[in-house]
Ligand binder design. Structure first.
Ligand code: FES
Length: 219
């Protein structure tokens, strides 16, 4: 599973299988903390740190408290079977109340954000027809966010859009896997949410304290 490259030898979910089977497969791989899982997370970090971990993200206290504010890793969620350049999809993540948006930019970059405007919580929309990269647009008061970073570029929103970390499986399906706090790099966000639940994965990511946790588990 990767934004930019297929996974190594590990078998992937059957493209023809039911969506819930694919979700179960991914969830089991993560909870098992297998070598494949660690590779997946390394790829996630490698790709998102180059493509998605751009700039900071903001969470409007009290309004968007759930976006990026979890201390546990959410269940991975399949948000689209495929996303072509210029297309977007709305979904809920990490909770059923948390509106989010995934967008494939014209250069094929994949970006994900909270779809709740940081001004007064209207729904943020993808407008492919605006600007070179398209824009994230809030129609309530003409708020505009940069599609590559989530930063505010126009209008009254006081903070950037919180980010949803996405990845892409070998079959082209798009998954939401984590969220990030304001200004939090992707690796830190993953480490925080992995916590002590996946010590070997945390070690591969270089998460603080991961070596001690792995060592104490062995003894
Ligand atoms: Fe989005 Fe006001 S609610 S700009």
């Amino acid at each position: 599973m990767s934004l930019t490259e297929p996974p190594a030898a590990a078998p992937g979910p059957d493209p023809d299988s039911a969506p819930d089977e694919a979700a179960r497969y991914l969830r089991d791989r993560i909870s098992a903390d297998s070598l494949t899982t660690r590779r997946d997370y390394l790829r996630i970090v490698a790709t998102v740190s180059g493509g998605l971990a751009v700039g900071g993200v903001g969470v409007a206290s009290g309004i968007l408290h759930r976006h990026g504010d979890s201390d546990t890793l959410p269940e991975p969620k399949k948000v689209a079977d495929r996303l072509a350049p210029g297309e977007s999809v709305a979904f809920r993540f990490p909770g059923d109340e948390d509106r989010a948006l995934a967008v494939r930019l014209p250069d094929r970059s994949l970006v994900g954000y909270s779809a709740v405007c940081t001004h007064l919580a209207c729904a943020v929309l993808w407008r492919e027809d605006r600007g070179a990269d398209g824009e994230l647009y809030c129609p309530c008061h003409e708020g505009v966010f940069d599609a590559r970073t989530g930063e505010v570029t126009a209008g009254p929103p006081p903070r950037p859009l919180p980010r949803v970390i996405l990845t892409e499986d070998t079959d082209g399906s798009v998954w939401a896997v984590a969220t990030a706090r304001p200004g939090e790099p992707t690796r830190e966000a993953l480490c925080r949410q992995i916590g002590t639940s996946l010590p070997e994965t945390a070690g591969r990511l270089g998460c603080p304290g991961a070596d001690r946790a792995t060592e104490s588990r062995r003894t």
